[in-house]
Design a protein around this ligand. Sequence first.
Ligand code: PLP
Length: 393
Amino acid sequence: MERFDKKVYLSSPTMHGEELKFMTEAYQTNWMSTIGENINQVEKITCEKVGCKYAVALSCGTAALHLAVKLAGVKQGDKVFCSDMTFAATLNSVVYEKAEPIFIDSEYETWNMDPIALEKAFEKYPEVKVVVLANLYGTPAKLDEIVTICKKHNAILVEDAAESLGATFKGVQTGSFGNYNAISFNGNKIITGSSGGMLLTDDENAALKARKWSTQSRENAPWYQHEEIGYNYRMSNVVAGVVRGQYPYLEEHIAQKKAIYERYKEGFKDLPVKMNPYDPNVCEPNFWLSCMIIDKDTMCKQERSALVATYVKEKGKSCPTEILEKLNELNAEGRPIWKPMHMQPIYCKNDFIYVNGDIGADIFERGLCLPSDNKMTEKEQEVIIEVIKSCFK
Ligand SMILES: *Cc1c(COP(=O)(O)O)cnc(C)c1O
């Protein structure tokens, strides 16, 4: 079988040259610190891009989520409604604050938090005051319904837009729907700083607080004076230089990712599979990761224990485990769907709210993330598509 000499990644950093210019500027002007022009600029650029009033540049998206959860007033013992099928960072900060995530199932139309399950959760736990929502793989959730439900129950919305920078819902950028929002510049995201993240809000006081907390909560005094717990969460001016150099290419990256998604969709049109869904009438994803889901009746037998996966090959049928194995042999990187949080051993005691069966478990069982690197050539993608087709022979 064919094997790529150079690995095709799931999603890897794509540099353009300007990053080095801004990093070098930081070096030459000696702003090798968490203060500097690159930081000021990326905060400004982000506000303009996302359409929020304030942005606080931080060391990572997880730090942004942590400060967002603190700004939302989450305290020890509180229950917090969280997306279930997401990367663990979405809710880690809830756990850092010793609060209890209650997981809300996904829906089939965007794979994000199901508004119906969220409403059901408020019936069961009317005291809950905070919802943490992720836009998975760059596809906006059903944001108008989620926002409406949060308003109805007087709950604060934290939007985890770490994967969805540049995606829009009804023409409005994600990362602006929550009271507090987080984006990420991790190495695998749509644009990167090698690391980095940002807290976004329209609330000036909240932004000031987050800025203070992120720099060890120093009071305005002649000495180190502290009234609150602090964190060392500020973004480095060198990292900000990378982000600053990447921003002009955000739209280009999105266009490349969209072309990848469209080519998969076209390539799979005769297969019993579907792409990760979205409604083009309401949103425009950033297409960060292309994913597929296999029709129920063409799944061969697949078993996943806590740490290993096996499958039994059947003619005309396949499963994520087989496809991931074949991609790996080709030297291309796929990945299972983010395993839902309610299926994780660490959260086995947490409540999980669903409506008609466990949709998250079903998408995890039948779905997978495809190689989505924007440096992948069309030729390479054709080979990947052929390999996946052969799994259904
Ligand atoms: C990447 C990611 C984060 C965390 O961002 P970091 O910058 O890596 O800390 C949070 N939530 C989701 C959904 C992510 O994909």
